[in-house]
Design a protein around this ligand. Sequence first.
Ligand SMILES: [Mn+2]
Length: 446
Amino acid sequence: MLIAHMADTHLGLRQYGLIWREEDFYNRFNEAIELAVREGVNAIVISGDMFDRAKPPNQALKAVIQALSLPRSKGVPVYAVLGEHDLPKTRDIPPQFIIPGLKVLGTSTTPYLDRLSVDGKEWWIAGISHRPPTKKGLRSLWGKIDEVSEKVGKNSLLMMHQNLTNIFSLEPGIDINKLPKVFKYVAMGHIHKRWYTKEPIPLAYPGSLEIVKADEIEEWRKKGKGFYLVDLSGDLPDIKPVNIDITPQLIIESKYPNHKRDVSLATQKIPKGKKAILHVKVCIPTKVKAQPATEVLEVLKNIDKEGRFYARVSTEPCELKPSSTLAGPHKLGELIREEDVIAGLLSGGKEVNSESIRIAKVIIKLKNEVSEGGRADSIAPLIEQLLTNELFWKERVRLPSLLDVESALAPVEKGESEQPAGIKRKHPESPSSGKEGLEKFIKRDD
Ligand SMILES: [Mn+2]
């Protein structure tokens, strides 16, 4: 019994608004399916976030129908569970439902289990589509896990699309130690980096097929991207990564005025005829007045006549040292604790002390309470605990001085030009600016 396990193919994503990037994702999917069939798999399992959104472009539907016609013609079943990206936001069916022959598992209208006969052996394919990581969602998820695990035999696998808190503790999800040991293999999706273990149970994330976010670049450089070929014939599964040749993405960190040279050198590393995405970060001394972004684009225009390279240039003052490495990219398998990240942010680059940790823990509790729809009587004591240390917050939050408050209350005469320094209004457009600022902060593309 040989399967191909893939996930997070995010079809339909038009990264950075580039049509060729959208096509990249379709091509990678097609290549992965072709490779899997060529390897002679008995089934293909796609563990969620097959589409980037529940209403994908028609091109994405066409790409999937075309790619899956190959395993279909060879009699290779393709299973899918839904990820949060596939779930319709309004009353509708998920796009997977219109793909001919695709077996969608674990939704309110599709079975949680399927039987598959391979060389006379009976297999159970179980699948539970994504549940939101709320108390209620996770309760429903565990209920289903228990339910299906009681029905299956030894030759079985389980597909899910959830976070695993043992890898990534910042988001609620499932704990590998609590999963039943009955499944021969747990085929996960959601985490975009490749990861697998055989202890305490065999469980794997194949990662995304293409680089969906820039924080996947480092891992792709070291390990590649693709899917897993899993041989389930033995007692323990044999998990083999299969790499797919993807569009290279480079991170170029440069100090002004070396940025032009560095970008030029970096482009020479890209194989001829290949497209690439360059993430250029230029630090520029505060004294220097220059437009490194324009200069980088100018350099690229000259060396890249065919328009193979797409550059995203960001600049920052060289004097600005990153405040905390905790918020930065992390190593695969390395456990990041939410409280460390928040305490790091609270400490603003200085050493984290026990009080920052204490306050970080209260913030996390408060966040969890609020996200679970907590009541005022459970939230109020947490807010109180947050505010007990007045000095801690005074050092971090710029509170308006008494003079500021008085001036804000005093009527401002029109045409008044001379104001004492202390009462200058920093944001003449407020209060609306504050709200816009917040919205900008909240708006994310995922
Ligand atoms: Mn996901």
